[in-house]
Design a protein around this ligand. Structure first.
Ligand code: AMP
Ligand code: MG
Length: 335
């Protein structure tokens, strides 16, 4: 393969253009995230945002790496899963660019892209992935040529839960990083914290997870007088422990020894520490890519497109998006 692969990410609030070179080496993406002043993300508003900034962002990613459009020889885009209106904008940009540049088009699976950029960055071979993002929370492992979902949230993604709780406390999107800061403040004031009076419901349901009850209970603690810092700490401890418990069981069932974190919530240092501790206890290892490759980014889409393009392309008449694309729908045709 010669030339560069462009990756276009538009599954939710972020529009991102990223690149890998002819060897599949990742280069940082140019990204822009819609951050509403109040309320959640409206899919159509996010789609409008992506349309508005796409031209300047595309120019930006080329300038960042000293390229011109003709250096792009493959165009990859997130075909799903995600918010329909947002995905459609990405697919339309991808079709337009592929046609204009006479480059092959390839629609890729967003969740699988999180795994593959993590494997590339961390050098792990056959990990259990703990994928913790805004809209998704899944524990995934490779079995019989597919990435299988061994456990997942039954209601909202862990990031959405953190963002929604934060919003009830007047903290704008994204709330996750602010919750992390507040939890650290609590620990600074209480180096030996106790769960007394800060208990929240158990989020594990067999191999699955459920977070909406945690969020409601956390709000109730605040209403009953607990400090925001204390509740942020407790919320992290409960929600992250639930994810790590399911991930540990997945490692035990599959006999795999590597754990790989992905998704925006994988930026959280407490989450990373908990994963390290669990993996060390099992004599395994825990890995997390740099933060710019944990959050949604175009580079991971480019990387997966690069891995797949020698085996398949997406003809224009099969390039429609699939909001509900499942992680295990994508056959693993690369190594
Ligand atoms: P993604 O959907 O993968 O782009 O990730 C976005 C989500 O990650 C949002 O829900 C953020 O609140 C969350 N997030 C980002 N950084 C952190 C952090 N340091 N701690 C917890 N959540 C975070
Ligand atoms: Mg994601």
């Amino acid at each position: 393969m010669t030339g560069w692969t462009l990756g276009i990410e538009t599954t939710a609030h972020t529009l991102s253009f990223g690149l890998v070179d002819s060897e599949g080496t990742p280069y940082p993406a140019a990204s822009d995230t819609l951050r509403p002043d109040k309320g959640g993300i409206h899919p159509r508003e996010a789609a409008d945002h992506h349309k508005d900034v796409s031209g300047s962002l595309f120019t930006q990613v080329l300038e960042m790496h000293g390229l011109t459009p003709s250096d792009i020889t493959t165009v990859a885009y997130s075909q799903g899963p995600g918010l329909g209106p947002c995905l459609r904008v990405g697919a339309a940009i991808a079709r337009g660019l592929a046609t204009r540049l006479k480059a092959p088009l390839i629609g890729v699976n967003h969740c699988v892209a999180h795994i593959e950029i993590g494997r590339q960055q961390c050098g792990c071979d056959d990990p259990v992935l703990l994928y913790v993002s805004g809209g998704n929370t899944q524990v995934i492992a490779r079995l019989n040529g597919r990435y299988r979902v061994l456990g997942e949230t039954l209601d909202i993604g862990i990031g959405n839960m953190l963002d929604k709780f934060a919003r009830t406390q007047g903290i704008p999107f994204p709330g996750g990083p602010v919750i992390e800061k507040k939890a650290l403040e609590y620990l600074r004031m209480n180096p030996e914290p106790s769960m007394e009076g800060l208990r929240l419901p158990y989020a594990v349901r067999g191999m699955d997870l459920a977070f909406s009850g945690l969020m409601t209970a956390a709000q109730r603690l605040i209403e009953n007088g607990a400090s925001l810092e204390a509740v942020c700490w407790s919320l992290q401890e409960h929600a992250f422990a639930a994810c790590v418990e399911v991930a540990e069981r997945a490692m035990a069932h599959t006999g795999k020894s590597e754990l790989l974190l992905g998704g925006g919530v994988a930026c959280n240092e407490r989450m990373r520490t908990m994963c390290h501790e669990m993996s060390n206890d099992r004599e395994g290892s825990s890995h997390a890519p740099p933060k710019m490759y944990c959050i949604d980014n175009g580079t991971m889409i480019a990387r997966l497109g690069w891995l797949e393009i020698s085996k398949r392309q997406t003809p224009l008449d099969e390039s429609a998006i699939d909001q509900y694309l499942r992680t295990d729908q994508t056959p693993i045709v690369w190594s």
